[in-house]
Design a protein around this ligand. Structure first.
Ligand SMILES: Nc1ncnc2c1ncn2[C@@H]1O[C@H](COP(=O)(O)OP(=O)(O)OP(=O)(O)O)[C@@H](O)[C@H]1O
Ligand SMILES: [Mg+2]
Length: 177
């Protein structure tokens, strides 16, 4: 992450009750891809990333960059807009990429097998607001927003309450360019 990151915590960072957050400026699509690759190195089965933000914010770009960095054999990573879910085999296990924008009912999530995946796989979820009260509490939230003036600039806020993310955020922040 760049020096433009600001970290805040509403309680001790080790606490599981309060949210901690860090904000970054991502001045280009490549900056977003780089952060996705850095985060990829910190992920384990059972981790869940919630990718929030409006249409065109860069949720799929982030997920695609992350997934491709974990692939042993390069493969296309299509947006799961219509399939809802795409799954991939990566060295540490299964990775699920979901786009819940077109989800019609919460029962569909169960049919997709997403709840089991929350326990066993790395899950990247676009439009996670569709999960409502079924949102996993151990997830890392990434909220992307567009810049008012710079076309290729994005603002990102990462938020977590599970203490496991704190060390990982420190690792990324200390990662040399
Ligand atoms: N800094 C940036 N970070 C991420 N994407 C960027 C950035 N600058 C430009 N882009 C471009 O913005 C577009 C984002 O499209 P993307 O499909 O990732 O959006 P999305 O958030 O997944 O939208 P949707 O809600 O429709 O799924 C891509 O073409 C990407 O190259
Ligand atoms: Mg998308």
């Amino acid at each position: 992450m760049t020096k433009s990151c600001d970290q805040t915590s509403s309680d001790s960072p080790r606490s599981t009750g309060a949210d901690s957050s860090v904000s970054c400026l991502l001045p280009s699509a490549e900056a977003t891809a780089k952060l996705a690759r850095q985060l990829a190195t910190q992920l384990h089965p059972g981790d869940c990333l919630l990718l929030e933000g409006p249409i065109g914010a860069g949720k799929t770009h982030f997920a695609r960059s992350l997934i491709q960095s974990l692939m042993v054999q390069p493969e296309d990573v299509p947006s799961p807009t219509f399939t809802l879910v795409q799954t991939y085999d990566v060295p540490c296990g299964e990775l699920w990429h979901a786009d819940l924008y077109r989800l019609s009912a919460l029962e569909e999530i169960e049919e997709l097998g997403l709840f089991e995946a929350f326990d066993d796989a790395i899950c990247l979820i676009e439009w996670p607001d569709r999960l409502a009260e079924l949102t996993p509490s151990h997830a890392l939230r990434l909220e992307l927003s567009l810049d008012q003036t710079e076309e290729d600039c994005r603002h990102l806020t990462l938020t977590w309450s599970d203490a496991k993310w704190q060390n990982r955020m420190n690792e990324i922040a200390n990662d040399k360019p």
